[in-house]
Design a protein around this ligand. Structure first.
Ligand code: NDP
Length: 480
């Protein structure tokens, strides 16, 4: 049984309180490692190490800093198989998905920001003939990065990479449910020669270790990805301390299918958007609105393709849906299916827990498609974050937009139409940070990423992330 350790000041240490908790393999429902139950003392040690490391790291020539991060990226690629298997065992996702998405995107994050920082520039303004103004961008200092369990290493590096590239030093906490790849990542950082204290990883509960990061007065900025309720708590804690905050929160994303769409592509991609990673991606399209003339045909084909998806051992290459991340999450998802029944929903397929002969205690759920619900009911308003989607018909473009915008969330949306004018019109009216037209999860790391309404505050990605981790300072020089 592996004991995961905190990574502080370049070394691996047990938590000061000596307490650990169990880490469960969700496909087997069995404990397979232990996680440090860190508290504010561990966070304080990590912050101190990060403070000591900050002057040298922030002053290091940018190319040298970039080279170190590129080396970490190469080591991730070298360990692709090891990291993919670790991610799959820890999270429950199909190893195949970790191999093609999570782990390659983790190294891509490091490469993107390592090379991006070399091109990062700031503005200068000639103020008539009187003065020259220029903007200095300096790293904000020690920052906290807190990430969720659904795409563990992918989202962990999505925060850490721009922070380190910008010259900040970091205290990071992965989700208590999925700490393993962050632990393995700490070893790669050490192997790459990242100086001690530049990156510190404190494992533990959000309510204790996470909260201690947010409360620590020497942490200047918090980059957080997770649920909206946690985000509210973090914002309330950080606001009186005037910390910089970037919050990437939940979603209840609409998928609008117009009758003039490319039918084959729309169905196939909508199924992927619904169930990839067991529906545990903040960008999954969980509310599918279909124009009425196409509704029955779309529903029949959507259900047929859903039924073809294999729920199984995450380590098998045939598996499309693995296990949900935890027993608690399994119960939450099943309770939403029950709620949908109570609200009058008709389950077209799925709806039950799956007991695999080889994994009788795993947290598997059938991909579930529900119809017959109003867009205003709880099932269609609250984030389920599992393999559960609803199909709702609409009669006009106005209805579709209204239904799409009817939740407190505004993270992502997809629009299926071959009508270019309609695509522009609808994309402009939907209140969300991302609108995909005739595609889903097509990501370019240069684009701004984030949500409107209760899906977040601020944007990550591209220059936005580098701006977040730096302070802008205006220097004004009088010329006369
Ligand atoms: P949580 O909000 O439960 O947790 C996210 C992280 O915050 C975890 O590391 C958690 O630790 C930590 N945390 C919990 N409480 C606190 C606290 N009081 N102070 C500081 N940190 C805390 O989210 P989940 O892990 O359940 O992730 C799922 C959610 O993330 C979904 O709502 C999903 O939509 C959202 N998400 C958003 C994305 C986006 O880009 N907008 C992308 C991916 C997911 P611990 O796990 O130990 O409790």
């Amino acid at each position: 049984m592996t004991d995961i350790l905190n990574y502080i000041n370049g070394g691996w240490v047990a938590p000061i309180g000596r307490k650990f908790f169990d880490n469960v393999d969700p496909a087997r429902g069995e404990v397979y490692s232990r996680v440090p139950d860190s508290d504010e003392r561990d966070v304080a040690a990590a912050v101190q190490a990060a403070q000591v490391a900050f002057p040298a790291w922030s002053a290091m020539p940018v190319q040298q800093r970039a080279n170190l991060l590129l080396k970490v990226a190469d080591l991730i690629d070298r360990d692709l198989e090891l990291l993919s298997r670790a991610e799959s065992q820890d999270q429950g996702k199909p190893v195949k998905l970790a191999r093609v998405m999570d782990i390659p995107r983790a190294s891509a994050n490091l490469r993107f920001f390592a090379t991006g920082i070399i091109h990062f520039s700031s503005e200068a303004h000639a103020t008539d003939n009187e003065a020259i103004n220029y903007t200095l961008r300096t790293p904000v200092g020690v920052v906290g990065c807190i990430s969720p369990w659904n795409l563990p290493l992918y989202l962990f590096t999505w925060k850490i990479a721009p922070a380190l590239a910008a010259g900040c030093t970091v205290v990071a906490k992965p989700s208590e449910l999925t700490p393993m790849t962050a632990y393995l990542f700490s070893k790669l950082c050490a192997e790459a020669g990242l100086p001690p204290g530049v990156l510190n990883i404190v494992h533990g509960m959000g309510s204790r270790a996470g909260q201690a990061i947010v409360e620590n007065p020497d942490i200047a900025a918090i980059s957080f990805t997770g649920g909206t309720v946690t985000g509210k708590k973090i914002a309330a804690t950080a606001a009186p301390m005037f910390k910089k905050l970037s919050l990437e929160l939940g979603g209840k994303n609409p998928n609008l299918v117009f009758a003039d769409c490319d039918f084959e592509m729309a169905v196939k991609t909508s199924v992927a958007a619904a169930f990839t990673n067991q529906g545990e991606i903040c960008l999954c399209g969980s509310r599918i609105f279909v124009e009425r003339p196409l509704f029955d045909r779309f529903a029949a084909e959507f259900v047929r393709q859903t039924q073809e998806m294999v729920v199984g051992d995450p380590m098998s290459n045939q598996t499309r849906l693995g296990a949900l991340v935890s027993e608690g999450h399994l119960e939450k998802v099943l309770s939403y299916i029950e709620l949908a029944r109570q609200e009058g929903g008709k389950i077209l397929t799925g709806g039950k827990r799956v007991k695999l002969a080889t994994h009788p205690n795993g947290f598997f759920v059938e991909p579930t498609v529900i119809t017959g619900l109003s867009h205003t009911c709880r099932t269609n308003q609250e984030e389920i974050f599992g393999p559960v989607v609803t199909l709702v018909p609409f009669d006009s473009e106005e209805d579709a937009v209204e239904m799409a915008n009817s939740t407190p969330y505004g993270l992502a949306a997809t629009v299926w139409t071959e009508n270019l004018k309609r695509a522009h019109r609808v994309a402009g009216q939907i209140k969300s940070g991302i609108v995909w037209v005739n595609c889903w999860l097509l990501r370019d790391l240069r684009t701004p990423f984030g949500g409107m309404k209760q899906s977040g505050v601020g944007r990550e990605g591209g220059w936005e992330a580098l701006r977040f981790f730096t302070e802008a300072k205006n220097v004004c020089i009088k010329l006369k």
